[in-house]
Structures are given as C-alpha cells and as structure tokens.
Design a protein around this ligand. Structure first.
Ligand SMILES: NC(=O)c1ccc[n+]([C@@H]2O[C@H](COP(=O)([O-])OP(=O)(O)OC[C@H]3O[C@@H](n4cnc5c(N)ncnc54)[C@H](O)[C@@H]3O)[C@@H](O)[C@H]2O)c1
Length: 309
C-alpha cells in the first residue's frame, strides 16, 4: 500500500481479517499487531510483526500499541457477535474502544485510520444500498455501534484533520474464519453428522459474500485512490447467495448429501437481516471490482477451510 507510511498498527490483528492483512504488510512496513486473543490466534500472526498482547480497553495496552511512530491505524478490533448475550455491554465496548483509539491517535499525532464498519448499518433496507442510502436504521446493537463509531470517525475527519477510510463489509469469508460464521458452522455440523444439517431460519436469508483476499485487495486499492477526509465504501460482491445455497456448496465440497432441518422464520437469530444487498458502484468507480461472485467466494472459502482444518 503506497500511503500507509513506515509504521502501521492493526488492532484486532490476531483475528480473521486482521491476520490476513498482517500477512500482506509484514516486511514492507514496521508492523504492530495488538490483540487480546479472545477471538484471534497468536499463531496466525506473521513473524516480523511486533505483538502487543492485551486488551485495548487498558490504557497501557493502547499506549504500547499506538505511539508517536505510528503513521496509520487499521482499527479492526471489535466484538462482532450480532446476537450478543449482552448487547448493551457490547455497544459500550465497541464504541468505547473506537473512541479511545481515536483519542490516543490524536494525542500522539497519528491521523490516518482505516475502519471496518458493516452492512448492518443499513438495517433492513428494501433495495441494494449505496453508501448514501437513507434512512440508516440498524436492527442490532452491533450495527448501532458501527453507525455510532462511523459518527465518531466523521468528527475526527472533519474537526481534527484525520484521513478516514470507512469500509462497510459484506460477509467476509476465507481461511481462518471461525465457528459462529455460517460456513465453519456447517462444516462442523456435517463432520459430526453428515446425514442431517440444521439450518437456522428458513434458509432463504440472502446476503453478499466476499473473499478475504478480494476484501484486502479492495481496501488497498481504495486507500491508494480515495482522498476525501472521510471515505466510506461498501465492500462486497455484485451478487448474493442464500444460506440454503451455502449448505448445498458445503455439502457438495464435503461429498455428503444431508437432509436439511430448518428452524424456521425469516431470520436466523434476533438482529439477523434476512436480505443484505450492497451497491458496489462507488467502489467500481475507483477502478476496482471483485472477480468472484458470492457463490465463488463461498466455494473457495469452503475448500480452503476444509483443507486447513
Ligand atoms: N468478518 C466479517 O464478515 C465482517 C463483516 C462486517 C464487519 N466486520 C468487522 O471487521 C473487523 C474484523 O472482523 P473479523 O472477522 O476479523 O473479526 P475477529 O473477531 O476475527 O477479529 C477481531 C479481533 O479483535 C480482537 N479484539 C476484540 N476486542 C479486543 C480488545 N478489547 N482488545 C484487543 N483485541 C480485541 C479479537 O480477539 C479478534 O482477534 C471487526 O471490526 C468486525 O466487526 C467483519
């Protein structure tokens, strides 16, 4: 990436997307990865990165991770459960984390941040959503926190001179994706019992899926090509796929033929958005489009997860 500067910090860099980004940046830049490893893994972090092992809610951890040397922060750390058992605590944790990262950056004079927001800010929008879609009415605390965090980023962009890249992710898939996401969950259940698969909801939930490699290609491209104070971009594919179709792809790749048991209802859990369709025309206008459809991304991720676990 051309403009990241010589020293980069990735919060949540031991997690799924962050560890793949670390693989790309290590060697080209001085890299600090901070993670409390609640959901990440130490062994995923590339040799050559400095690891700060701790919780960013602790001031000493924040101070060790983001210093006067840091040029760019990729702020990926979050509790990403959409069906959190304690949604209020999750809202306070995620928004509090972003507020303290931004304030620490201001204290040390670091003013470039890449943030991972989410399609959940659009709630149950009835049509494919461009970035200027309104009204933004999230239906989960996770989505509400992302929207609040975007507002904080806007303040730092417009009042404190920060350069902000804000990415609203579709469902990102690929190697290292953990249980709790639909693909690893289906693989796990079918390894336990290849004859039957429980599917949450009616299986018709339909969303955009993007492979992590393409997600990172897009981030690199946009950071190099967009230079407004606050650059908000959807990251997804032009197509969607259904949960039932994902079950078909997983079963096909595993060579099994299960009967499906649907738990019923149009959503898998409270806060689940049944249909997520992101417009990626703003991204395409920068000169980058994904090569994979949602089905392609899912199939590739299934193959990689099966060979890795
Ligand atoms: N993966 C997706 O499909 C997706 C979709 C939309 C948005 N996002 C966002 O992208 C970001 C990365 O997602 P991911 O899938 O890699 O998640 P992940 O859970 O794999 O990674 C997040 C990492 O942050 C760490 N972390 C959380 N709280 C922390 C704290 N207080 N201190 C230190 N470390 C902490 C976790 O241990 C984890 O390793 C998140 O902000 C997530 O909300 C992801």
């Amino acid at each position: 990436m051309e403009g990241t500067g010589s020293s980069v910090c990735i919060t949540g860099g031991g997690g799924f997307v962050g560890s793949h980004l670390a693989d790309r940046l290590v060697g080209d830049t001085e890299l600090v990865v901070v993670d409390n490893f609640e959901n990440g893994r130490r062994e995923w972090i590339s040799d050559g990165a400095e690891v700060v092992d701790g919780d960013l809610r602790e001031p000493a951890v924040l101070e060790a991770a983001i210093t006067g040397r840091t040029d760019t922060v990729f702020h990926f750390a979050a509790d990403k459960a959409v069906d959190s058992e304690d949604p209020n605590a999750q809202f306070r944790e995620n928004t509090g984390l972003t507020a303290s990262v931004l304030e620490r950056m201001r204290d040390v004079g670091c003013d470039r941040i890449v943030f991972t927001s989410s399609s959940t800010v659009y709630g149950e929008a009835p049509r494919p959503t461009p970035e200027d879609y309104a009204p933004l009415e999230p239906i989960s605390m996770y989505g509400a926190a992302k929207l609040a965090e975007e507002s904080l980023l806007s303040v730092y962009a417009h009042s404190y001179g920060f350069d902000v890249w804000n990415f609203r992710f579709a469902n990102i898939v690929g190697p290292r994706l953990q249980l709790g996401a639909v693909i690893p969950d289906f693989i796990d259940k079918l390894r336990d019992d290849p004859s039957e698969l429980e599917i949450l909801g009616d299986g018709r939930q339909e969303k955009s899926y993007m492979h992590v490699d393409e997600c990172l290609d897009a981030i690199v491209h946009v950071v190099d090509h967009a230079d407004a104070p606050m650059n908000t971009y959807n990251l997804g594919t032009r197509t969607t796929t259904s949960v039932r179709r994902i079950a078909d792809i997983v079963a096909d790749e595993m060579g099994v033929d299960p009967t499906y048991q649907f738990t019923g209802g149009e959503r898998g859990w409270v806060g689940d958005v049944p249909r997520m369709r992101l417009s990626i025309e703003k991204l395409a206008a920068t000169g980058w489009t994904p090569g994979m459809s949602s089905d392609d991304a899912v199939r590739q991720a299934v193959r990689q997860l099966l060979s890795d676990t």
